[in-house]
Write a protein that binds this ligand. Sequence first.
Ligand code: PRP
Length: 228
Amino acid sequence: MLNGAIAPMVFPSPHPLARHKLSLLRRQDTEPKKFRELIGELAMMLVYEATQDLPLQPETVQTPLTSTLGATMAEKVGLVPILRAGLGMVEGAWRLLPQAEVWHLGLYRDEKTLRPVEYYNKLPVSPRVQLCLILDPMLATGGSACAAVAVLKRWGVERIKFVGLIAAPEGIHTLHAEHPDVAIHVAAVDERLTTTADGFPAGFIWPGLGDAGDRQFGTGDPSPVHER
Ligand code: PRP
């Protein structure tokens, strides 16, 4: 499904540390505290990669020694975490973009239809940024990402990128088909989505890492207590 026509807009991280941290994240015995730390670290790395084409404006800087040519960001960037799971990516992104405004968007996936349901929206009247980074660990069917992009486009954002941790080919295909202008930055592209024949609910990323929301917030199946 990842043919040459859409591959140019998909950027799996080539960085060995991203591969390493993702592998730790996938382990089923990684407890919520460690899971949250890894999400934060991966978010920082992926935001670094997603912002490589940010435009700059020149400035003259007075160093302690002399005056020289420097540069500062020419555009404002907004972070749009998709609740809940995207919340865990904000701190990591903020470490690189401390001035970024954060606009929360609440979407959950209906368990039966797998369609996104919008339940919270904290966007101001008009956008004050030129680039929005959608933060969501998972791109599964792509329904949530498409809905988020549509909201931001209606709102008037000029440029949008999706920053996630893992994606299924099906989700990439859907997001690219509906919004070919949106670049997709992830740590990895996984094999496929589950079907009920797998013995799991349909629409989970395979091999994946489970439910990123439940694993961050400890709301999944009961597991042994970890103190620290
Ligand atoms: C997950 C994930 C995405 C969405 C991806 O959220 O964080 O938002 O599913 O699925 P899709 O590509 O098929 O739309 P979920 O609905 O589980 O909500 P949560 O973050 O509150 O756990």
